[in-house]
Design a protein around this ligand. Structure first.
Ligand SMILES: Cc1cc2nc3c(=O)[nH]c(=O)nc-3n(C[C@H](O)[C@H](O)[C@H](O)COP(=O)(O)OP(=O)(O)OC[C@H]3O[C@@H](n4cnc5c(N)ncnc54)[C@H](O)[C@@H]3O)c2cc1C
Length: 492
């Protein structure tokens, strides 16, 4: 201590100017330093090679960057951020680039900054079967984690349509949901510890593999769902679960969504935590899935208005439970028909219908999208009221409502009227979003159930969050990233 204090005084005497004035690094000096640090394998600055990292799949956002940087270790991420922070150079973290709100697309106020891809941070650091945990780096693909968990005789339950290309760092940064939230929770519920590189380059090693740890603020939750605006998640300790010995899948059809929610209630009461998915789809969703995706086939002879895909996973008795609840629902007139998968292949076929809908919608022209949630008890009312509203506002619109009804989360998507001009139709996006989001918020819901804020919903955040909540969010941002280098222009 003595020595270091003396050292500081000596520097002040010899170099007062240097100590008093902050030394600002220029953007080009920082870029040069980063390029040298990561080497040619971790550096892209040719326009055509950067292209895949600068736009998102819906084509809503396109950005520019000085370079795409791919560090190979946490230490390299830290060194890169330190340089960026010194120069005030913006950084957009990017995982699998499957996000749906433009969060991974650069929107630098000064047009300067880098995309930091976590593609090369792809090590599985540890699998602890007894502790039921897996420690992975941010760039590991979600499907790969599921596969490794299975090899270890366990389950990692996060599951979503993009699982073949999204990365765990992106999943945690968006607090992804998916099809098994009903039983296992959102991404943040599956995490025990995190490693994060802060904006100034410091590394927070919070990689604790503990199920009990009441030692002050639970910092990991700040970074999950922050969409890269507070730091870069470089690794995580994830929870593993026992693998259910069996799964049973059914598709049932009804005249209205409210009846299906009654089935949900009964299924929950009878199956308890064995109920792992309850997805709803309307007729239009099934029709277009069958029309555009060869693997999707409607198993019923007659068309119906609403459908629910139900999955139970667990041990003995789940098939009987599924059969009994559906038989009683048929007798009571809640549903009109039901099919139960007799094999894994048939179960996969039923899931193929649900999974085909987002792809099928792309072939039906412009689509105005909503990723909203309401209390489960309000899902039926929401669907009725929202459908009447948009049919009045956009004559001829085709409602494609599907999603995780068991969590109250509906993707309320609106395909353009056949033959309409796509560009002119999409000009209604903001107006219709506003009407639907106002309705959802009036029902005690959320204008972004699982995809986050990114660039798409920045305005909604300001409109619907209270001043108190916004000021707390801003205070956190100022504390962790005072120079606003982390994903500038996103979320807040
Ligand atoms: C077909 C399809 C189906 C989908 N289904 C679902 C679904 O059911 N549920 C759901 O929730 N989402 C779903 N999504 C959306 C998307 O897959 C998820 O948001 C996913 O979690 C994003 O992961 P990613 O690796 O692609 O992240 P990216 O798109 O690369 O990034 C998303 C955001 O996280 C930030 N980020 C990425 N990595 C890091 C990191 N290591 N540290 C800090 N910030 C980071 C980015 O800056 C960006 O803001 C779906 C998308 C598609 C295309």
């Amino acid at each position: 201590m003595k020595g270091s204090a003396g050292h500081k005084v000596l520097l002040f005497v010899l170099l007062p100017d240097v100590i008093m004035r902050p030394i600002m690094m220029t953007h080009s000096q920082a870029l040069q330093g980063i390029c040298e640090l990561v080497g040619p394998i971790g550096w892209i600055d040719a326009a055509d090679e950067m292209q895949p990292y600068l736009h998102e799949e819906r084509g809503l956002y396109e950005g520019t960057a000085a370079a795409v940087v791919k560090p190979a270790s946490t230490a390299e991420v830290a060194a890169v951020l330190k340089l960026c922070n010194e120069a005030g150079l913006g950084v957009v973290p990017l995982g699998g680039n499957t996000g749906l709100v433009g969060g991974g697309v650069p929107d630098f106020p000064d047009g300067q900054g880098i995309v930091l891809s976590t593609q090369r941070l792809n090590a599985v650091r540890d699998v602890d079967a007894l502790n039921q945990t897996i420690t992975v780096e941010a760039g590991v693909i979600l499907a790969e984690i599921q596969r490794i968990a299975e090899e270890a005789g366990t389950l990692f339950p996060l599951s979503l349509g993009a699982e073949g290309s999204c990365q765990i760092g992106g999943n945690l940064s968006t607090n992804a949901g998916g099809v098994q939230v009903l039983r296992y929770g959102n991404a943040r519920d599956l995490v025990l510890g995190l490693e994060v590189v802060l904006a100034d380059g410091r590394i927070w090693n919070g990689l604790r593999a503990l199920r009990k740890d009441n030692t002050g603020y639970d910092l990991k939750h700040l970074f999950m769902g922050a969409e890269g605006t507070l730091g870069i998640i470089t690794a995580a300790v994830l929870k593993l679960f026992p693998r259910p010995p069996a799964r049973e899948t059914a598709l049932c059809a009804a005249g209205d969504a409210g009846s299906l929610l009654q089935v949900l209630k009964r299924m929950r009461n009878s199956a308890g935590e064995a109920l792992s998915a309850f997805e709803i789809m309307n007729r239009f969703g099934i029709e277009i899935a069958e029309k555009h995706v060869p693997s999707a086939n409607d198993p019923f002879d007659e068309p119906h208005r609403e459908y629910a895909l139900i999955e139970l996973s667990g041990g003995n008795g789940i098939r009987e439970t599924l059969e009994t609840v559906l038989e009683e629902a048929l007798e009571d007139g809640l549903i009109d028909d039901a099919v139960l998968a007799a094999s894994t292949a048939q179960s996969d076929e039923l899931w193929a219908i649900r999974e085909a809908i987002p792809e099928a919608q792309k072939h039906e022209g412009g689509s105005i999208k909503h990723d909203v949630s309401v209390p489960v008890s309000s899902v039926g009312d929401f669907l009725e009221e929202a459908t009447s509203l948009v049919e009045a506002e956009l004559p001829g619109v085709r409602v494609c409502a599907f999603g995780h009804a068991g969590d109250g989360n509906i993707h309320f998507n609106l395909s353009q009227p056949p033959g309409a001009d796509k560009g002119a139709y999409l000009e209604n996006w903001g107006r219709i979003n506003r009407l639907i989001h106002d309705m959802v918020m009036g029902m005690g819901g959320s204008f972004s159930a699982e995809h986050g804020i990114g660039q798409l919903k920045r305005g909604d955040l300001v409109r619907y969050k209270s001043d108190v909540e916004l000021s707390l969010m801003k205070a956190m941002k100022m504390t962790l990233d005072p120079k606003n280098i982390m994903n500038p222009g996103k979320v807040i």
